[in-house]
Design a protein around this ligand. Sequence first.
Ligand code: CP
Length: 312
Amino acid sequence: MFNHKHLLSIDDLSKEDIETVLEHAKTFEEVNQRTIKKLPTLRGKTVCNLFLEPSTRTRGSFELAEKRLSCDSLNAGGSSSSTVKGESLVDTVKTLSSMKVDMFIVRSKYAGAPLKVAQSTDACVIDAGDGKHQHPTQALLDLYAIWKAKGSFEGLQIGIVGDIAHSRVAGSLIAALKKMGAVVYLIAPGTLLPADPKALGADRVYHNFEEILPQLDVVYMLRIQMERLEDAPFPSLREYNSLYGLTKEREHLMKEDAIICHPGPINRGVELDSYMADSSHSVILDQVFAGVCIRMALIYLMLGGGNVETSY
Ligand code: CP
């Protein structure tokens, strides 16, 4: 049904695989709405959250997903681990693997770190965001939130706006949306696009946000990745906001039923005005909730299989 030991890139998954994950997430959504949000399904399994870069949403939702499936969670990485004493990634993974871990969830500022982990352990590995490369579980939760809001993907017009050059979210999301049949536009200044934006697989690139905004069913605003900017790609944050920000003044250009997505954390007043982030168009907190459901689905499919035990 879902024959993957690792999830290191969205390219690992077919359209059918993605549909399987979304359908399972729907089952887990129901579980997450119960008073007792816990299943016995993965008792005895151990998942190690190896987060070597800060995270609130991804880390929190993976940890909750593990707990709600009754896995044992081991949190490693960060300032309290021996990585700060200079222990290598491979030594860290081999050490933790010796404790009989079944799955690693890996977040790193280095592209390719989850692959290195997969090469150093017999356990399953999920990429929880690596450098500018991939963030496959973010793409899946985005698909889930869009599917819930719009019902299907075929022909949906989706604009991904902003810092595409530094975004691992865009790296995974564009491919995921194309697999599902959506039309994908990239909207950004040339300085925030990769050298060959067509290679990302989107349908068209726009430099003028207001030209395409009225057509969009989904307006996906990307965070300006301040920590990854090497040169100044625009004169000022104020100018960026005036040209590419989703501002209150641009609301009248949006379709009435268009939705706003953002992977978080938001730079309020830069790529997205507070008014729009908190407006009725916004599904940003639905994306956060989808994160728990999708991560439960993935851990379940990769570690468990079989029928979901939906009660204690
Ligand atoms: N979207 C996302 O990856 O957020 P965090 O960095 O908070 O996990």
